[in-house]
Design a protein around this ligand. Structure first.
Ligand SMILES: *[C@@H]1O[C@H](CO)[C@@H](O)[C@H](O)[C@H]1NC(C)=O
Ligand SMILES: *[C@@H]1O[C@H](CO)[C@@H](O)[C@H](O)[C@H]1NC(C)=O
Ligand SMILES: *[C@@H]1O[C@H](CO)[C@@H](O)[C@H](O)[C@H]1NC(C)=O
Ligand SMILES: *[C@@H]1O[C@H](CO)[C@@H](O)[C@H](O)[C@H]1NC(C)=O
Ligand SMILES: *[C@@H]1O[C@H](CO)[C@@H](O)[C@H](O)[C@H]1NC(C)=O
Ligand SMILES: *[C@@H]1O[C@H](CO)[C@@H](O)[C@H](O)[C@H]1NC(C)=O
Ligand SMILES: CC(=O)N[C@H]1CO[C@H](CO)[C@@H](O)[C@@H]1O
Length: 760
């Protein structure tokens, strides 16, 4: 909305013809050539700097045609542009598939990529569309450009290449913010949360409920650090909210809500069970501050590339994710060290195939050896994807050209020599699909027997080297491979028709009984829900939010191929009911084994709000249904909606309680409301304020995009609460305040919002 308003403003200026740069602006291109001070660092891009077929102002525009992932790239020869207010340009083209990002060539830092689609979806070839990137509110995330010595700007084509014209390319010295009320939402008993930008006039704001004006008795404002272009103001109403039509008029804008009749329920804090702290995990947190800010409890070193991690040289191989290229890797030992220093536990993956990367530069399928491949790395034209145009694999390479041998003694040498010892280890990552992800070194499909043998051998080596370490395996990638192998159902049939996970549990139990020592501590799997939400329209968003039911609900028939053709030998195979199902397999086949989910994801675009609401729901579900460890794949941006879900439960030392408490609703509607309660200490941030007492925390997620929720929860004490929320009108940012709940009988959560309430 804010960008739209600004674009409107620029469109207006453009139509008046007032487009010349101000004296304090830093121009990049006006006519015929780059302005002085700019170096051309482009790649695979054809230019005309004096195009006259379409011009926004002056006599020429610039036209550019980039190949796949190629970029129009410019570097400032002296100085930086981070001190400017933003980047502005006019663009013409048939909605070119491009993204803009900034770099500091001196610090080696890159900004988040800003796809054109996050600014405009209506760019056309017949006229120029003005684009503004405000460094205080980057399009998409709404966050500010981090500070760095930015000196390079890139307009990069996506995979299909791009053609466009640009004119009036300028870093602007200031951006005048038009005052605007962005949102006003009811929350809690008696709060209206208002977001605004610019110097808005609150005397124009009034609130009515059922036609009657409500008096505002308190007002606190603050400017969240991550989204400085927005201001949030909490207005306290004299009387409590209740069912009826709520209308908030602010300036020219009206915000309306239908406050519903109440949903009744209760919280019984005495009925509770511990939440394993390891459910708030993340794969590859960026650094120690990230761990502390989001309250991350366990960090996983995982993914396809670590299968080829060579700890002795510090190399890895990207496998099928990126042209089977070797590259340099951080040291796992150092990584465990800083993860522990930041206060999180670690889950380290141990390679368990026969090879690891031998250097930082080799790759498996050079064009010089395999001339007929379907695709080559756009950044390295010699590195191919290993496949013919028809999708068949070329002959597998001699692994010793790219890799060096790996075995359990190498693993033992590595693990015994670690300075920083991991708390948990994974025995490799999704190796049941190695014949695809690591086709170059393991072209044959991995069978039940081979997978078991590798887990047993490398887990044994791990426990010999690190006697206290806990083993999590087999890290199967998805639902399909919980039940069979890459060989397929013939392999299942050859194993008494037993689906893979139950067979694996039985075999591990047998093995451990014989040896008298537990090798398998956690059954570890990855879970990516299978419903297709890629359209990301309203229907897909609602489906994404419903799909969390696949984690627990025995009545939820999966809305994907699983619901139609589940292909396994398990009871009720069309319902995933992941947690109860896996826990029941564990209790049947290897009791005492813990349950870990090494990878899970919202499958949503990084900036998508419903991805964060999904994650908030899932974090509640892990605690409520008793998962032992879970690590999100991959690293959510700290300010992204998924990052905010972690912040909601754990941010900045305020922790959701460590015991899940019973919540009952008279009429539960899991498609529209996720509700989680916990009791425990408040976490270090409020430990003193709450005198170390056991307090109640609630998380409520209203999954509806257009209806407000109100609940009446018996058992919720009245008094002071700390409130945190993200979503809907307020958008993905860190909003928080102290409020008073004077009655538990009508607590409101606005649409598409996740809210955290903690008793003070
Ligand atoms: C900028 O660099 C690209 C890539 O090297 C090249 O194709 C292009 O001609 C250069 N443009 C100018 C104006 O020098
Ligand atoms: C795919 O193409 C390659 C090279 O042209 C050929 O050798 C191979 O037989 C083809 N595979 C199939 C399944 O058609
Ligand atoms: C294990 O690999 C190392 C090289 O990393 C090799 O020296 C050693 O002989 C191998 N051991 C076995 C038992 O194959
Ligand atoms: C084979 O499976 C059946 C049930 O499907 C089970 O009763 C039997 O014990 C299994 N046999 C072995 C050797 O695991
Ligand atoms: C609310 O959104 C849902 C899902 O998009 C839609 O089916 C419903 O019609 C909407 N209701 C209203 C009142 O707009
Ligand atoms: C809420 O109250 C606590 C003390 O209980 C205080 O430290 C904190 O700054 C307050 N937060 C806000 C957003 O007002
Ligand atoms: C508990 C509750 O009231 N939840 C609400 C969340 O939003 C939906 C919108 O569909 C309401 O219908 C629910 O009542």
């Amino acid at each position: 909305m804010s960008n739209f308003a600004r674009l409107l403003k620029f469109a207006l200026i453009a139509s008046l013809g007032v487009v010349s740069a101000r004296a304090d602006d830093l121009t990049i291109y006006t006519d015929n050539a780059l302005d002085s001070g700019w170096e051309n660092w482009s790649w695979s891009t054809d230019f005309n700097f004096a195009a006259t077929d379409i011009v926004s102002s002056g006599t020429t525009s610039l036209s550019a045609t980039s190949g796949a992932w190629a970029a129009f790239s410019l570097r400032l020869s002296q100085g930086t542009f981070g001190g400017y207010a933003g980047l502005r340009f006019d663009i013409a083209g048939a909605q070119p598939e491009i993204q803009v990002y900034f770099e500091s060539t001196t610090e080696g830092v890159t900004s988040p990529s800003i796809p054109l689609t996050s600014i405009s979806n209506t760019v056309t070839a017949d006229k120029f569309t003005p684009i503004l990137i405000d460094f205080k509110t980057l399009p998409g995330s709404g966050t500010s450009l981090p500070s760095a010595s930015w000196d390079r700007v890139n307009i990069q084509a996506l995979g299909n290449g791009a053609s466009y014209h640009i004119d009036n390319f300028v870093f602007v010295e200031s951006i005048v913010i038009t005052p605007e009320f962005l949102s006003a939402e009811p929350i809690g008993n008696n709060i209206i949360a208002v977001t605004s930008k610019g110097e808005v006039d609150f005397s124009t704001l009034s609130v009515t409920l059922g036609g009657k004006k409500l008096q505002v008795t308190g007002k606190t404002s603050y400017n969240p650090i991550d989204t400085p272009a927005k201001i949030i103001t909490y207005l306290t109403l004299k009387s409590n909210l209740k069912p009826g039509d709520l209308v908030i008029t602010a300036g020219e804008t009206t915000f309306s809500y239908k406050l519903p009749s109440v949903s009744r329920g209760s919280v019984v804090t005495s009925r509770n069970h511990p939440i394993n702290p390891h459910v708030y995990g993340i794969n590859f947190p960026t650094d120690g501050n990230y761990i502390k800010n989001l309250g991350v409890t366990i960090a996983r070193w995982g993914g396809n590339a670590v299968t080829a991690y060579n700890p002795f040289g510090g190399f890895t191989n990207a496998g099928n994710d990126w042209y089977f290229e070797n590259r340099a890797s951080d040291s796992a030992d150092d990584w465990v060290g800083w993860v522990h220093d930041a206060g999180a536990d670690s889950l380290l993956t141990i390679p368990s195939l026969d090879w690891v990367s031998k250097d930082a530069t080799s790759y498996s399928y050079p064009q010089s050896i395999y001339p007929e491949q379907a695709r080559y790395d756009p950044y390295n034209a010699d590195a191919g994807n290993g496949q013919f145009a028809n999708g068949s694999w070329v002959a597998a390479p001699d692994p010793s050209r790219i890799y060096t041998a790996w075995n359990t003694s190498a693993a033992k040498t590595w693990l015994s020599g670690l300075t920083h010892k991991p708390k948990l280890v994974n025995i490799d990552n999704e190796i049941e699909i190695a014949s695809s992800t690591h086709q170059d070194m393991h072209p044959d499909p991995i069978s039940y027997d081979e997978e078991l043998e590798r887990v047993v051998n490398f887990a044994t080596a791990a426990k010999e080297a690190l006697p206290d370490v806990l083993v999590a395996a087999p890290s199967s990638c998805s639902w399909w491979f919980y039940w069979t192998s890459s060989i397929g159902w013939d392999d299942t049939n050859a194993h008494n028709g037993t689906d893979f996970l139950p067979w694996f549990l039985q075999q591990m139990r047998q093995h451990d009984r014989k040896s008298g020592k537990r090798l398998l501590d956690y059954l570890d799997i990855h879970y990516y829900f299978q419903a297709d939400t890629s359209a990301n329209d309203d229907a897909a968003k609602a489906l994404r939010l419903r799909s969390t039911r696949s984690l627990w609900d025995p009545t939820y028939v999966d809305e994907s191929w699983i619901g139609q053709d589940p292909q396994n030998h398990q009871p009720k195979p069309d319902t995933v009911q992941l947690i109860p199902r896996i826990k029941s397999l564990i209790s049947q086949y290897y009791p005492g084994t813990k349950f870990s989910i090494g990878e899970w994801s919202s499958n949503a675009p990084e900036d998508e709000l419903t991805g964060g609401l999904f994650a908030a729901d899932v974090l509640g579900i892990w605690g409520k249904y008793g998962v032992d460890s879970a690590t999100y794949w991959a690293t959510p941006g700290e300010q992204s909606p998924v990052g905010l879900a972690y912040w909601l439960y754990r941010g900045y030392g305020t922790y959701f309680g460590d015991n899940s408490a019973q919540v009952t609703l008279a009429n539960p509607r899991p498609d529209v409301l996720g509700l989680y309660a916990a009791v425990g200490k408040a976490g270090p941030a409020f430990e003193a304020a709450t005198h170390g007492k056991q307090v109640l925390s609630l998380v409520a997620i209203n999954k509806s995009g257009n209806e407000t929720v109100a609940f009446d929860l018996a058992g919720v004490p009245t008094g002071k609460y700390f409130l945190r929320h993200f979503g809907a009108g307020a958008g993905p940012a860190k909003w928080q305040s102290n409020i008073t709940i004077s009655s538990s009988s009508y607590i409101v959560i606005p649409p598409h919002t996740a809210a955290f309430l903690q008793q003070q």
